[in-house]
Design a protein. Structure first.
Length: 708
């Protein structure tokens, strides 16, 4: 506003000069034009004008510490640029300037600032090349989105100038994000829980600090390739914050027809707010987004190369109305050396490697986001620690590989679920909140099972039970052991856990997989072999790759039931059929090396599993056939909720019939249907009949029915 007061004084000088010999004072058509008397009254109106400081070091507009100074520094503006900007926006702030500009333009219908008027108020002729260069599309004002030049069909001096409303609002103190930006753009609040902003967050890591120092030294564009979806955002945001900037985040959509427009508005917003941009994850076709961001960040106005005409900033006249020299040419007061423009650090990320063809302009630093840059335990403790006194939080959240953003949402969801149930926050609420942050698309090739069983449902000897406990330990603490402790070997190996469950049919292999998933608090996905195996060469491998990729980014247990069908032994190559048959096994051997999820394989024929697969397994759990004591425990567990008659002889059932757990459950179901059919409770006779049925189904001789 102080600048507008000074601008009003310049207008007064120009009006006085033009109206000295105004012959229209007594014109009978007065009212259809703006008279010099009317303009004079406007210039003498002192309503609510702030006092003007005349001793500021910044120069013309006395804004050494205000937003104009910040704009000049962020966009690399000269004093002439600031003068042009203020001249163009004046009618949007003070309507008196509409009449003033209509009078000065000698056209009552053109009440906006024109190029010629802006230069006249600066004491510069429109034929001055360096002055005209300030309106070039590559000059700071226009390239930065601070000024638009309208009326392209007119000569340059008569073209109208407009300042976008967002720029005016910023100068007036409004930091609301530009309404032209999509809803996915948000400025992360400094110090907000769950966001890497405003403070040193757990997991920022040395990588983010070094990257932040690099961005602070020379702002540019960095591409981070993430190994797991969502993992790179924490690193990118921490790096931008380490560079001394707030984080302006944008998640681009799939549609790219407006990418250039959105990118330009995003870059302008970042410079207005002094923020850095984190863009990602990139869509499937990121060319338009990357090109727009790289070209915008590499433009001359970002680096301080103020003019496309190669005129140095010091060669541009200061916006001052100077007295004319003897030959009538205005004297030129040199502008102080303008700020070079701080530039904007831009970090883009996605799961694909950077393709140089995405952008032919500018340079991009391509890096791999470290997979172990976020300390998830510390992040969970920061969000749930105060409410986690009643349960073991590290053990509860260990299986989940979530980004800081997802952890924050999971914690909020867990609190909402607990409040909905009227209970205190517990482990089950945290697990539900964490599971809802994964959006798997495995349903096309796998069947989802929500675990509903636990250790009490599993009857096993001590050795396989201890191995299952070890499997849970590996699944919970793999990130710490393989990542933070550096025990992962090279060769691109992942953090996955792969185990084989071997044993006869019905010994509890699938049940054990469900127990493992339930103990980890994640879902179980049973791979549907009918949707995976394809008769065409290479299609099976493609279907398996889709499953592995989705399982890598999803917190779930992947179960290959009857795994010998796809993990079978390779055969000797005698013809082309053998070569393509072995291709599937070779692919699986390579894919298991880089797998980051949890995969369980079950088989009834362990000898059919290729030895190369066995070497890559973390655990091989043998499920033995149950002995009489275990069979008795299985009978009792299966009948736990079934109404039974007094004196049911379970010892006889366990002793006489050698059945596995799955067969015992089938026998109990048969006995229950028999009892329901006659409206009675289950008796020993019903159980024996069910056991005999299972023997006959398996083609075995029924005890007591053998005749010689």
């Amino acid at each position: 506003m102080e600048g507008l007061v000074l601008l009003r004084g310049r207008c007064q000088d120009l009006v006085r000069a033009r109206s000295a010999d105004d012959p229209s004072a007594d014109d009978p058509l007065r009212g259809l034009f703006l008279s010099s008397e009317h303009i004079g009254r406007l210039l003498q109106d002192d309503r609510a004008r702030p006092a003007v400081r005349h001793d500021d070091a910044y120069g013309l507009y006395g804004d050494a510490d205000g937003r104009l100074a910040g704009l000049a520094e962020g966009f690399g503006l000269t004093e002439l640029d600031i003068h042009i900007l203020l001249t163009a926006l004046a009618p949007d702030v003070d309507r008196d300037f509409e009449s003033l500009y209509g009078y000065l333009n000698d056209d009552v219908t053109r009440r906006c600032c024109t190029v010629a008027l802006a230069l006249d108020l600066a004491g510069l002729p429109p034929w001055r090349a360096a002055a005209r260069a300030r309106f070039h599309p590559g000059a700071p004002l226009r390239a930065g989105g601070l000024l638009t030049v309208e009326d392209e069909d007119r000569p340059l001096p008569s073209r109208a100038l407009r300042v976008p409303e967002r720029v005016i609002a910023h100068l007036l103190g409004d930091d609301t994000l530009d309404g032209a930006l999509p809803g996915s753009v948000r400025l992360l609040p400094a110090g907000a829980p769950g966001e890497i902003t405003g403070r040193t967050d757990p997991g920022a890591g040395q990588f983010a600090k070094r990257l932040g120092a690099l961005l602070a030294a020379g702002p540019g564009v960095v591409h981070l390739r993430e190994q797991r979806q969502g993992s790179a955002f924490a690193v990118a945001a921490a790096a931008v914050h380490a560079a001394g900037r707030r984080v302006l985040r944008c998640a681009p959509g799939q549609e790219d027809q407006h990418a250039d427009r959105v990118a330009a508005a995003l870059l302008r917003e970042a410079r207005l707010l002094g923020a850095g941009i984190v863009l990602g994850p990139l869509p499937a076709r990121p060319e338009a987004w990357v090109t727009a961001m790289v070209e915008g960040a590499a433009a001359g106005w970002a680096s301080g190369d103020a003019s496309p005409s190669a005129a140095r900033a010091s060669d541009i006249a200061s916006p001052s109305v100077a007295p004319a020299t003897a030959n009538g040419t205005p004297s030129v007061a040199r502008a102080s050396d303008p700020g070079a423009g701080r530039g904007t650090p831009v970090v883009i990320f996605g799961s694909d490697s950077f393709d140089p063809r995405w952008s032919a302009v500018g340079e991009v630093l391509c890096l791999d986001a470290p997979p172990d840059s976020v300390d998830t335990e510390a992040m969970w403790e920061a969000h749930v620690g105060d409410d986690a006194e009643e349960f073991d939080l590290p053990a509860t959240v260990a299986p989940y590989r979530l980004s800081p953003d997802q952890i924050a949402r999971a914690a909020r969801t867990a609190r909402s679920l607990a409040a909905l149930e009227g209970e205190t926050l517990g482990a089950a609420h945290v697990q539900q909140g964490a599971r809802r942050q994964s959006a798997p698309t495995l349903d096309r090739h796998a069947r989802r099972v929500s675990p509903a069983v636990g250790w009490t449902d599993l009857v096993l000897p001590d050795e396989p039970r201890e191995q299952l406990e070890e499997l849970l330990t590996r699944a919970r603490h793999r990130e710490r052991v393989l990542g933070q402790w550096g025990l992962r070997t090279g060769g691109g190996r992942g953090h996955g856990v792969v185990a084989l469950f071997a044993g006869e049919s019905g010994t509890g292999k699938t049940l054990a997989a469900e127990v493992v998933a339930g103990e980890l608090g994640i879902d179980l996905y049973i791979v549907d072999l009918s949707a995976v195996v394809d008769k065409y060469v290479g299609e099976t491998e493609k279907n398996l790759e889709k499953i592995f990729v989705e399982a890598d980014r999803t917190d779930a247990v992947l179960l290959f039931d009857e795994a010998d069908a796809v993990f079978g032994k390779r055969s000797e190559v005698k013809d082309s059929h053998d070569r393509y048959a072995n291709l599937e096994s070779a692919y699986l051997l390579q894919r298991l090396e880089s797998f980051d999820g949890i995969a369980l394989l079950t088989t009834n024929l362990r000898a059919n599993i290729d030895e190369a697969f066995t070497r890559r397994l973390d655990l091989v759990v043998d499920f033995p056939f149950p002995d009489p004591a275990q069979r008795l425990a299985l009978w009792r567990h299966s009948l736990a909720g079934v109404p039974c008659a007094d004196g049911v002889d379970l010892d006889r059932c366990a002793r006489e019939f050698e059945l596995a757990g799955g067969s015992i459950r089938s026998a109990v179901i048969t006995a229950a249907y028999n009892a329901v059919g006659r409206g009675a409770q289950v008796t020993t006779t019903d159980l024996l009949a069910g056991a005999r049925r299972e023997y006959r189904k398996a083609g075995r001789l029924v005890p007591g029915e053998v005749t010689w």
